[in-house]
Ligand binder design. Structure first.
Ligand SMILES: Cc1cc2nc3c(=O)[nH]c(=O)nc-3n(C[C@H](O)[C@H](O)[C@H](O)COP(=O)(O)OP(=O)(O)OC[C@H]3O[C@@H](n4cnc5c(N)ncnc54)[C@H](O)[C@@H]3O)c2cc1C
Length: 439
């Protein structure tokens, strides 16, 4: 028992932001009881449902997260959604502090005509589909198309283009949904176009992800060598120059490949922004406008071109869900907050606090800083904590799940497949609950 054993904190969301907040509390407020609430019975947010299935090394951060979850002061309260099953007011009555960490899973809109046609998806939905996320499991995109346009040239866009290019053999050591790999393999996709508004110097992808595009078994990645600059701007600092030089070298290596050499071709197209999605009910093509970058600003040139495609995946960031009681900054799509303070006793961390940017690690420092504020703000009278949440769940007949339930689901998923496949995820909440009933 530590000096904070009469304190309790609810963390809403078990992704990186929430888990690092719990780690910070364990370090800085020993004894404090921590309930990590998640709307799903399965923890770890985008580490499970967003990070690409063929990046199992990245997903392995969940082993470290398990150590936090298994601490005696921590409970996982799954299948309990803020705003659906319990309100923020109800949580603030029960806990000394509520740390909101429910992420930013709503795709930003492109804001162009034709966006509502069948075959247009946001990256969260599309990535969630191939990653078995219950919210997107039934998206069932029609992949009976020859061309795909991916809007954006960050790492998420590369993930989408790469996963669409992988063979079942390459995907065997991953936990991609079986329905997704079957549908990707059966698809007649020939061309995947990745469009970025700006040029190679500004592109948001990292070199490691870009390099992977050069070694795909059944896909060639091409880029026009004419757009790769010979020099970097003088004003760029040395560290950035080093990073950018590597990216330009990789692009130069990719530019020697020829479209059509393998089953699929990924075209990296710089200086192009979407202006209209073409077709009838369904997407049949996309109209792009050439851009140029002047004094750091990206502007349209008025010159347009059309690309035939039957699917569009926009990878242009995402926003948080507005939830009753949580002040919302509509412009940025985040919880209104002052360095993490949302309102008395309520805090935000992770993507809900900062918006959808940065890596898993970015959330760590941030959550630690916010927990300092939580501890500084604790009131004089400790609240009742976890026992009151249990009473609330009983009273409202809520079927909440716990860490042991997650362990049961985890072993069911792992035992459903053989090496080298790590697991076959259960993709519907009702199936998870049924599996727990019969385990
Ligand atoms: C497609 C994609 C790929 C990525 N790949 C990488 C990568 O390879 N490497 C890397 O470093 N970073 C990667 N990232 C970034 C990384 O995933 C994020 O930085 C991180 O997940 C943000 O953490 P978070 O806790 O704020 O949100 P999330 O991870 O989204 O977690 C939010 C949690 O809240 C829960 N929740 C949502 N609503 C409610 C509610 N109403 N009530 C209760 N619980 C709720 C969700 O179920 C979820 O568990 C990727 C992101 C995306 C979108």
């Amino acid at each position: 028992m530590g000096e904070h054993s009469n304190r309790s904190v609810a963390i809403v969301g078990s992704g990186p932001g929430g888990i690092y907040a719990a780690q910070a509390l364990l370090e800085k407020a020993p004894g404090c009881r921590i309930d990590i609430i998640d709307k799903l019975p399965t923890p770890y947010g985008l580490v499970r449902g967003g990070v690409a299935p063929d990046h199992q090394h990245t997903k392995r951060v969940d082993r470290k997260y398990a150590e936090t979850m298994e601490h005696e002061s921590v409970r996982l309260v799954g299948n309990l959604a803020l705003g659906r099953d319990i309100s923020l007011d109800q949580l603030t009555e029960i806990y000394d502090a509520v740390v909101l960490a429910y992420g930013a899973p709503w795709d930003n809109k492109l804001g162009i005509p034709g966006e509502d046609k069948k075959g247009v998806f946001g990256s969260n939905a599309f990535v969630g589909w191939y990653n078995c996320h219950p919210d997107f499991r039934d998206l069932t995109p029609d992949l009976d198309v020859e061309g795909v346009a991916v809007i954006g040239i960050g790492n998420v866009a590369i993930d989408v283009a790469r996963v669409l290019s992988r063979t079942p053999g390459e995907m065997a050591p991953t936990d991609i949904a079986d329905y997704a790999i079957q549908s990707i393999d059966a698809s007649p996709i020939k061309d995947i176009y990745m469009f970025g508004r700006r040029g190679p110097v500004e592109a948001a992808f990292t070199n490691t992800e870009l390099k992977e595009m050069g070694v795909l078994e059944a896909a060639t990645t091409v880029v026009d060598s004419a757009v790769i600059p010979a020099d970097l701007p003088e004003s760029m600092d040395d560290r950035e120059k080093k990073v950018r030089t590597r990216i330009l070298d990789t692009l130069r290596a990719l530019s020697t490949a020829k479209a059509g050499e393998k089953r699929r071709t990924v075209h990296i197209e710089f200086y192009a922004m979407p202006v209209e999605i073409l077709g009838g009910d369904r997407v049949e093509g996309i109209r792009m406008e050439r851009t140029k970058v002047e004094e750091g600003r990206c502007i349209g040139t008025g010159e347009t071109f059309d690309i035939p495609c039957g699917m569009v995946v926009s990878c242009i960031g995402s926003r948080a869900e507005p939830i009753e009681g949580v002040p919302f900054n509509d412009r940025w799509g985040i919880a209104e907050n002052d360095n993490g303070r949302v309102k008395p006793g309520v805090y935000a961390v992770g993507w809900l606090k900062r918006g959808a940017s940065g890596t898993i690690g970015t959330n760590r420092l941030d959550s630690y800083d916010v927990i300092d504020l939580v501890l500084a703000d604790f009131g004089d009278d400790p609240k009742s904590g976890p026992a009151a949440l249990d009473a609330f769940a009983r009273e409202h007949k809520l079927r909440v799940t716990n860490y042991d339930d997650w362990m049961t689901l985890k072993s069911l998923e792992e035992n459903a497949v053989a090496d080298p496949t790590p697991r076959q995820k259960i993709s519907r909440v009702e199936d998870m609950l049924a599996a727990l009933d019969s385990a």
